[in-house]
Design a protein. Structure first.
Length: 407
């Protein structure tokens, strides 16, 4: 297949630092697409220079019209490291693209700080919500962050201090690969600079305060981490429920009757590629979901305002579904089961005898497993300690098979 589109990575040193093969492609291209900064690096010649439009997706659509001509796209560093390459490949098959990358900002930063890729959490805040930092701020974590603008280091420092990581070290690498390259290093609690060139990368070595209680991304959060009105799947039950749902990278969860959003948020905290729809109809709880999503590092959770089963029509096919309030609304199970992909997992929790009876019937018809969960915790009884038993929960978990019955 003809590779009509070339995707060339370019660094701070510009055109002259490109390989001979990359320069030959740029010189022979009929059309060159890129940012104004990159286009200014190209020698004058008989070619069409097209700057990116806003939003950039419209420029990607334009590329398709040039198929069959010699088109070159200039991109910063490695085009597939949080770059434009990921957008282009959604519209143009990789077989039609010739890619010559330059070192990515992450590669250059690791060369300067001496970290191995395997020990780093990579994140970009360029054009993204800075709440994404909340999940990756963990004890002893090493972070490399692509900045959004010159103020990003101050945003990072402020979040670290607020979370109890004030002793964390921050290093800013500015304009790497250029003659004006510089780096700034100090602790988060001592951070004062806030006027960096937009082209910089931030390295953070997280150090938690001695008495700090971390918000682990590997286990479930405490109930008091969430804002809620009591409509929350409690921590112990939530932990069992997340295990039953079996989160996997890139999969989509429906959290039906989401309450404060705890299940969907926990699902998304497990992996940055995970996605969730939080489906809830009460306005006050919708606000809880939005607040918790930002506070706990999952701002990209999609909130669906409506009542099941009506609102479930035409939603993206889920890999897993959680129904936390039992099956009190008629038709909820039927709609969820029909929407669930083959091989997908359904988990339902029930606390009332009526809901339990429904789960038992469904288990008899569709299979799966029933588990009764009874939790007791100690509490003070005057000068003594006793046990407080919480309302038991019946959990049904089932995987949809190829020959699954229909409701």
């Amino acid at each position: 297949m003809n590779q009509w589109l070339s995707l060339i990575g370019i660094g701070e040193e510009g055109y002259q630092a490109l390989s001979s093969a990359a320069r030959l492609i740029v010189d022979n291209a009929e059309i060159i697409v890129g940012g104004q900064r990159h286009l200014a690096m190209v020698p004058n010649g008989k070619k069409t220079l097209l700057p990116w439009k806003k939003p950039i997706h419209s420029s990607i659509d334009d590329l398709i019209e040039y198929r069959g001509r010699e088109v070159c796209v200039l991109a910063t560093g490695d085009p597939f490291c949080y770059g434009v390459g990921n957008l282009i490949k959604k519209r143009v098959p990789i077989e039609e693209i010739n890619v010559i990358p330059a070192p990515s900002a992450f590669s250059m930063a690791t060369a300067r700080i001496g970290w191995g890729f395997e020990e780093i959490d990579f994140i970009t805040l360029h054009g993204r919500n800075d709440a994404l930092l909340e999940v990756v701020i963990q004890p002893r974590a090493k972070l490399l962050i692509l900045a959004h603008n010159g103020l990003t280091p101050s945003v990072v420092a402020e979040k670290l201090v607020k979370r109890g990581y004030g002793e964390s070290s921050i290093t800013v690498f500015e304009r790497m690969g250029s003659r004006s390259e510089r780096s700034v290093h100090r602790k988060a609690c001592d951070w004062v600079e806030n006027a960096f060139d937009p082209l910089h990368t931030i390295a953070v070595e997280c150090v938690a305060d001695l008495l700090h209680t971390p918000q682990s991304r590997l286990s479930c959060l405490a109930d008091d981490c969430f804002s809620h009105d009591g409509k929350i799947t409690k921590e112990d039950i939530r932990s069992i429920s997340i295990t039953a749902l079996m989160p996997a990278p890139g999969q989509l969860l429906w959290d039906v009757g989401a309450g404060c959003g705890s299940i969907g948020i926990e699902w998304m905290r497990r992996d940055k590629r995970s996605r969730a729809l939080a489906i809830e109809y009460q306005e006050s709880r919708l606000r809880f979901i939005a607040k918790n999503a930002v506070a706990l590092g999952t701002p990209n959770i999609k909130i669906i305002n409506g009542r099941a089963p009506q609102v479930l029509k035409n939603l993206e096919t889920p890999d897993a579904i959680f129904i936390g309030g039992g099956l009190s609304n008629v038709g909820v199970f039927e709609a969820c089961w029909q929407a669930l992909r083959v091989g997908g997992r359904l988990v339902v929790n029930a606390v009332t005898t009526e809901s339990e009876a429904n789960l038992i019937k469904l288990n008899q018809k569709f299979g799966g497993d029933l588990t009764r969960i009874a939790i007791s915790k100690t509490h003070q009884m005057g000068k003594h300690t006793g046990w407080k038993t919480f309302m038991p929960t019946l959990q049904w978990r089932v995987t949809k098979g190829y020959m699954a019955d229909t409701p």
